[in-house]
Design a binder for this molecule. Structure first.
Ligand code: ATP
Ligand code: MG
Length: 493
């Protein structure tokens, strides 16, 4: 319930559109009722009483109702989906921004694939629910009420009689819905398995090839792929059985109505027009009942997806837990580690034990040690990816924890062991974190890193204009031997 209210809070900025959509929904519901109602004069006045005025009026009324209903339906669908999708876009953006600002420790504990599924899958669940529910639940329940009004108006006794059928048809819907929901969850897990296998294989493609594990990976993927197939077929089985069952239930109700209503028509207590108007309303009620019953499932799914999303959003960001307020202009004297001890969360052994050292400004320090000695761990403490569990690190005598986190990081340059390129131009990758960098500076950096000769990459860049700037200022100075044309010919998607 709390999750639900929290989800509703995202609707607040769009209340104007929501009200407009609600008005459209009301119009759709009312006009659907008008269809059912119009059946009575159609039969009684035109076919039985042979009334020519109605013969003129009715087709016009029918067309008018249809046009109005079409416009209202367009308005409500567009507006409701607009609001729903807008809400989800906001949530997704918030989630992305939040994830980025969470501490490194969080990401270490939560694999990226799971977080990707949060941003993509869970948010999509919310999207289909919010849009669908806004559109369906509201409008269909309204339609249901209007049609019920038509039924009661036409013949309340027959209404009572036919209402008995409703729980009869809602029950199987609920039951099947529950099973479907369970299967949908399994389906999501299967999809996650598949994408994980895919991601691992593609990112580790050299390892896979180097160890000739292609067939083994093939078999692993087959397992996931086939499991997904079975889940999908199970869900098809259930959804395929749902409509025949519902149809059977519907026919039972219909048979009852025909028997009871028909006998009233024969007795003369009810006109054929009333009877058929009634029957039309019952027919039209089918969709609202179905939608409202299944909306329940969608809501359940969305709420659990929203819970998972909110769980992530509730983890405090680095900035939120940061207590530092001091600014940092640069290093004057140096960096000092004072009896630093560090232990990773949830591990027994300490990674760094009682380390003291100082580095003067301008000095170059190399850390040498066997694998696992703690070099990376030590370096990670400087930009405060982690904080020491004991001791302190000081810049010019100021504890790092007293400096505002972003001020500290803005003064730190990092060249990591693993290379990571963003899907962007070579220029932008080089200038990452320094948006103001001139083409000259970028070219200098490229030259310093012996990267300016990657003319092939420059040419393959998706955004050629910036690549050209970089290569024209520095590259292509004669000494560059372009890579063979063939390596450029690999398709890039
Ligand atoms: N994320 C982590 N969680 C728990 N323990 C870790 C984590 N990262 C490293 N360790 C442990 O901390 C110790 C120091 O590891 P660290 O990665 O700092 O060593 P390193 O000197 O950088 O090694 P390498 O030369 O292999 O890069 C090791 O015992 C390692 O097992
Ligand atoms: Mg290391």
């Amino acid at each position: 319930m709390q999750t639900y209210l929290r989800l509703l809070r995202y609707l607040k900025p769009y209340w104007g559109r929501l009200i407009a959509a609600a008005l459209c929904s009301a119009a759709v519901a009312g006009l659907t009722g008008a269809y059912a109602w119009l059946v009575r004069p159609a039969l009684d006045e035109i076919f039985i009483n042979k009334n020519t005025t109605w013969l003129m009026l009715l087709p016009i009324a029918l067309m008018a109702v249809s046009v109005l209903k079409g416009m209202a339906s367009y308005g409500q669908t567009y507006l409701m989906v607009y609001v729903g999708t807008r809400v989800v876009t906001d949530i997704r953006q918030q989630l992305f921004g939040h994830l980025m600002r969470l501490p490194v420790g969080f990401h270490l504990k939560n694999p990226s694939s799971r977080m990707m599924s949060r941003v993509i899958n869970d948010v999509n669940w919310i999207q289909s629910a919010v849009s669908g529910v806004l559109k369906d639940l509201f409008q269909q329940s309204l339609t249901f009420v209007v049609l019920l009004g038509v039924l009661i108006y036409q013949n309340w006794l027959l209404t009572l009689f036919s209402i008995v059928v409703v729980p009869l048809s809602v029950y199987p819907m609920m039951r099947f819905g529950k099973r479907l929901r369970l299967i949908a969850t399994t389906g999501q897990e299967r999809t996650a398995d598949m994408s994980l296998a895919l991601q691992e294989t593609l990112t580790g493609i050299r390892i896979v090839k180097g160890f000739t594990r292609e067939s083994a990976e093939d078999r692993r993927f087959t397992r996931f792929n086939e499991a997904y197939f079975r889940t999908w077929m199970k869900s098809t089985q259930i959804s395929a059985i749902t409509s025949p069952v519902l149809e059977a239930v519907g026919i039972i109700g219909m048979a009852g109505i025909i028997w009871y209503g028909g006998s009233q028509v024969i007795n003369g207590t009810m006109t054929p027009g009333t009877f058929f108007s009634f029957l039309t309303a019952v027919f039209l009620m089918y969709t609202p009942i179905k939608r409202v019953a299944s909306a329940n499932n969608t809501i359940q799914q969305a709420v659990s997806a929203a819970e998972r999303v909110f769980m992530v959003l509730d983890v405090p960001t680095e900035a939120e837990i940061d207590t530092g307020v001091r600014e940092l202009q640069g290093v004057r004297d140096g960096i000092e580690l004072r009896r630093v001890t560090f232990q990773y969360d949830g591990t027994e052994a300490v990674a760094l034990h009682d380390i003291s050292l100082s580095v003067r400004a301008g000095e170059v320090l190399a850390l040498v040690g066997s694998s696992g000695a703690g070099k990376t761990s030590l370096v990670n403490l400087i930009p405060r990816f982690y904080d020491p569990t004991g001791g302190a690190i000081l810049i010019d005598g100021v504890d790092l924890r007293d400096i505002r986190l972003s001020a500290l990081r803005q003064k730190i340059g990092i060249v990591s062991q693993e290379t990571l390129l963003f899907d962007d131009t070579v220029r932008n990758n080089i200038a990452y974190g320094r948006d103001q960098a001139t083409a000259e500076a970028v070219a200098d950096a490229a030259t310093a890193a012996f990267a300016h000769e990657l003319s092939c990459v420059f040419r393959m860049g998706t955004r050629r204009s910036s690549a050209r700037t970089a290569s024209s200022s520095r590259g292509a100075n004669g000494s560059v031997s372009p890579l063979p044309a063939r390596s450029c010919a690999i398709p890039r998607f």
